[in-house]
Structure formats: C-alpha cells, structure tokens
Unconditional design. Structure first.
Lengths: 195, 182
C-alpha cells in the first residue's frame, strides 16, 4: 500500500543526498578547471577572472578569499610532496631549488582548510625572497619540520595534514605559454616520526 | 525489486541535475563571497587595512609578508578615484566587480612614477572625462568598468622584514579611495 510513496521518497532522498554530497566534495577537492600543475605545486591563473568556469566561481564565492589579480602575482599550493604522499606534520620535508622568475616570493604553511598556520613570533613560520638563506648559486633549502633545524627552518607546530603556499609576486609565470619548462622547488620527504 | 532499482536510477538522474543547479546558483546565495565580506566591514569609500586575525567578516592578512587593505566602492553617482603614494618595495592593486571578477590589476612597476593614481568609471563617465580633461587627472590611469556599478578594490603592500612594516602600514593608511569630483 505504501509502495509508491516509499519509492518516491527513495528517489528523492537519493537525488538530494547524492546531489548535495557531490557538490560539497567537488568544491572541496579542487578550485576548478584550468589548473597549472608543476610537480606538486598547483595554481589557478584564471580563477579570479570572468573566464572562470562554474566550479571556480562557486568555489571562490564559497571561500570568500581575496584573490590575486593577474598583474599582482600567482599563488601556488602544494598538498603533496614530490612522491605524491600527503604532507603531514609527522614528517620532515626539504624544499630545495629555485622559484620561477618573480620580483618577490613568499612561502608559508596552512592547515587543510587553508587557514595560515602561525606558530608564534618566536618560531620561524614563513619565508620570503629576502629572508631565506641561500647557497652560492642562489638556490635554497628550507627544512619543514616540527623539530628545530639549522639554516632555514619552517616550523610546523600543528598536528595533522598541512599545505604549503608559495606566492610569486609580479611574475610572468601566469601569462607564459611555456609554463611546462618552469622549475618549481622540489618537496622531498626526509623522514617521519612514526614510520 | 525492479521498481526499487528504477527509483534509485531516477534519484541519480535527479542528483546530477541538482548538482548542476547548485553549482550554477551557488555564487548568488553563499553570503560569504569576497564582496559581501568587504561590504560587511561598513567602510565604503576608504581603504580598510585588514588585521592578521580574521575579524567578524573573516577577512585577514593571509600572507604573513603582505599587508592588505580593501575598499568597497560604487561608480553609480560618479567615477571612483584611488590614490596612494609612499616608498614600499612592492605594492599592487586589483579592482574586482561585485561578482568578484577581476576588472583591472596593476603593480608599482606598471604605474606612473611609482604612485597609485587610478580612476574607475563607467563608459559614459569616461567619455565625459576625456571630453573635458581635468587638470588633476593628467597622470591618472583610466579604467572602464562596463558591466557593473559596484565593486571592491584590494591594495597590497609587502613587508618582507620588520623594518619595512612601518612603511607598508603608512602606505596603506595614507591611501585613498573616494568618489571623484571636479
């Protein structure tokens, strides 16, 4: 007797449940189409423009971030290391190499929800093009770990997964067609606490 | 049994439709997009320097070396003019419309004499400005904002070391974002 209403209820609950869950997971998984990926680093040069796809528009309306304009710079985010494993505060990483040409760059860590990690004024929680210590060939090595390291140490004092954000200011990277040739710094895992 | 399967398939088709509808409609009703947050600061027509902790609107200096100021503006009644001068190693400005689409962006190397002097106007206002050029706008960059009358501007200045912090703060504090009148 209740077969038809039950079937209608089933169809509706599947529609709303799967529909809403797929939207939430799609917006969580990516900022949209049109990403440029250089190793683990991912950037979205068109996310702030009128050419952004519907997913990018929905994402930026939901995140409400103040995005960088095309002439301002380009923000790269890395959630995984060069081996493809997720960045975790239980492990230590080395960021080595050079950034693509830019007038200035900054590097800091965020948690999985894109909130910047601030470890307090007594710990180094961010680097920029002026403060990083370089080798003679102007390349750099930044040690990312919970424990203190010599030279460039980026302190991660929060447990769980994190992301690295590298912002290139006034860079030709966004408009360049030869994006693939650009080399980003490598993120190499050097060890884990509880392996 | 077959009718249960049919109900699930119908549900999945509905889910796909709903997915598309939600994605397309989301920008209109999130209430958390950047323009709504800028309006929530209640600071029209002046640059509001953000703090390092997110306030009630959730806007903050995300990047530890960038100092950010935002300004909501409207060119409904007349053009808007943005001005800033000072000595910071790098500054940049971007203009967004109410849908958070980029209208214009620039940095200190694309400016005149390193100072910010920019006028945003509708196409009709721009024609009037060009017809009778004002003396004070001789050095200004003119930007046309065709589709929308409201928007927000973001001004960023870098403070790579503590010693430049003061210069970056005063650069943002002395910047102006106001309706242009002759």
């Amino acid at each position: 007797m209740f077969r038809i209403p039950l079937l209608v209820a089933l169809a509706l609950s599947v529609a709303f449940g799967v529909g809403i869950a797929s939207v939430v997971s799609a917006l969580k998984a990516t900022v949209g189409f049109g990403a440029i990926a250089l190793g683990p680093w991912i950037a979205f040069p068109d996310a702030q423009t009128a050419n952004a796809d519907p997913y990018a528009r929905a994402h930026r309306a939901r995140a409400g971030k103040l995005l960088l304009g095309g002439a301002e710079g380009l923000q790269f985010t890395a959630a995984v290391d060069d081996g493809g494993a997720k960045l975790s505060s239980a492990c230590a990483y080395d960021i080595t190499g050079l950034t693509p040409p830019a007038r200035f760059w900054t590097l800091y860590a965020t948690n999985a929800n894109d909130v910047a990690l601030r470890s307090g004024p007594e710990l180094p929680s961010a680097f920029n093009a002026l403060t990083v210590l370089r080798k003679r060939d102007s390349s750099f090595v930044i040690h990312v770990s919970a424990e203190a390291q010599p030279d460039n140490w980026l302190a991660i004092r929060q447990t769980g997964p994190f992301k690295l954000v590298l912002t290139l200011l006034d860079t030709p990277t966004a408009g360049s067609s030869g994006v693939i040739d650009l080399t980003m710094p490598k993120i190499v895992r050097t060890g884990c606490d509880n392996a | 049994m077959r009718s249960v399967l049919f109900a699930i398939i119908t549900g999945l088709v509905g889910a796909a439709l709903l997915h598309i509808v939600i994605i397309l409609a989301l920008p209109q009703f999130t209430g958390k997009d950047a323009y709504t947050r800028v309006l929530g600061l209640y600071e029209m027509d002046s640059f509001f320097a953000l703090g390092s902790e997110p306030g009630t609107t959730g806007l903050a200096n995300d990047d530890p070396f960038l100092r950010v100021a935002v300004c909501g503006f409207s060119i409904d009644g007349g053009p808007a003019r943005f001005q800033a001068r000072g000595t910071v190693p790098f500054w940049s400005l971007s203009i967004y419309d109410a849908n958070s689409n980029e209208v214009f962006s620039m940095n200190d190397q694309t400016s005149v004499n390193g100072n910010l002097d920019l006028v945003v106007a509708t196409p009709i206002q721009l024609v009037e400005l060009r017809k009778t050029p004002a003396e004070s706008l001789a050095q200004s960059i003119m930007v046309e904002m065709p589709e929308q009358q409201e928007g927000y501007a973001i001004l960023r200045a870098i403070a790579p070391t503590v010693s430049i912090e003061e210069a970056a703060r005063s650069f943002l504090a002395e910047s102006s974002c106001e309706p242009f009148r002759r």
